[in-house]
Design a protein around this ligand. Structure first.
Ligand code: SF4
Length: 280
């Protein structure tokens, strides 16, 4: 079996910066707490926890030390609360996420009613919504119908959203509103990986996508590959691979999400080769 690996592998630059900042912070301070996992990758989360990074669900639980802001960013009120509590804030929000906040604020200042496209329960989207109070949040094309009437809408999108779905939503908004100003805030890394998923899925029979089960960008890659013809499997590590997936398969693809380390992808590739050599 030939394994075709995507060219874009390993951490995106936002996750790489966040991890570097997290490691530096832990080494230099006694107590560093993050709200939610720093990356959608169980192996990396475990390694950071072993090095001393604490995890809390709310800023109310953090009374001392530094609050580490991961790549997704945090809602404005959480920053304010952390400042009130006298916590040191180490901000590792990805610049591509900050760009979404800035674009949304600009559109609002220009008088547009803001629509944020994305998962309302995702931490990044919660952060974006906090910058533009009163914004509408929609997740699917079906939600467009439910939106109130208006005339001028300004649209931004979650950094890891599916490009195809965003295009469809903008089309539906154009049909509904007099003026639509949409800014494609899907980040460059997500864009590149989605382009590769599209191309690679046409060349392979099976696609393995490695990344945390809660990682939005990894989920979209698996969906995209499946949609474009490759039987797709979203896994977190080599142990989840099954020999049966590769029986009779001549070409398999291998991709990873933005928070998957390169070494994990290599381990998966090695295990895929071993399984492919096993007799059916
Ligand atoms: S996926 Fe994009 S927005 Fe998210 S951390 Fe990586 S570069 Fe930044």
């Amino acid at each position: 079996m030939e394994i075709k690996k995507a060219k874009v592998q390993g951490f995106c630059f936002g996750v790489a910066i966040t991890l570097k900042k997290a490691e530096e912070a832990i080494d230099a301070r006694e107590t560093v707490t993050t709200l939610g996992h720093v990356v959608h990758n169980p192996q990396m989360v475990e390694s950071l926890e072993q090095r001393g990074l604490k995890n809390a669900t709310s800023v109310d639980e953090v009374d001392t030390g530094a609050l580490f802001v991961r790549a997704h960013g945090l809602p404005v009120d959480v920053y304010e609360k952390a400042k009130e509590k006298g916590l040191e804030i180490i901000d590792a929000t990805c610049p591509m996420v900050t760009k979404i906040h800035v674009q949304a604020e600009k559109l609002k200042a220009d008088g547009y009613k803001i629509i944020v496209v994305g998962d309302p329960n995702h931490p990044e989207v919660k952060g974006t919504l906090s910058h533009v109070p009163g914004a509408w949040c929609i997740e699917t094309i079906e939600d467009v119908e439910k939106l109130p009437r208006g005339s001028r809408v300004g649209v931004v999108v979650q950094s890891t959203y599916s490009r195809e779905r965003f295009t469809d939503i903008v089309r539906a908004l154009v049909a509904k509103y007099y003026e639509v100003r949409a800014v494609n805030t899907i980040c460059t890394d997500t864009n590149n990986r989605q382009t590769e998923a599209l191309e690679l899925s046409k060349e392979v029979e099976v696609m393995v996508v490695v990344g945390g089960k809660t990682s939005a960008n990894t989920k979209h890659l698996a969906e995209l590959s499946e949609l474009h013809g490759a039987k797709s499997y979203h896994i977190e590590g080599p142990d989840e691979l099954e020999a049966g997936w590769f029986h009779g398969v001549r070409t398999a693809g291998l991709m990873s999400g933005a928070s998957t380390p390169g070494w994990l992808v290599d381990n998966v590739a090695q295990r895929m080769e071993e399984l492919a050599r096993q007799p059916a």
